[in-house]
Design a protein. Sequence first.
Length: 78
Amino acid sequence: MFKIEQTRRALAIGLRVHGAWVPMVLRMQDFIHQKNLENYRRLLTGKLGDAERVLILKLLAEEKAKDPPLRMAAKDDD
């Protein structure tokens, strides 16, 4: 139990105010996500059959769905 609590605490304080340090796990997940997006887009530029194109488009859509939602700028209601 103590080790799990230490890990949670380390992850909770791992992200600094300006994002100077992000836990290695999060950086690795982001890296893999970006490489998947690049790879699927690259594959779509090549010669593909209809079934292959549909599959790659589906995989690309699923990977894009993992993107964090865009934040809207705060609106001033003065």
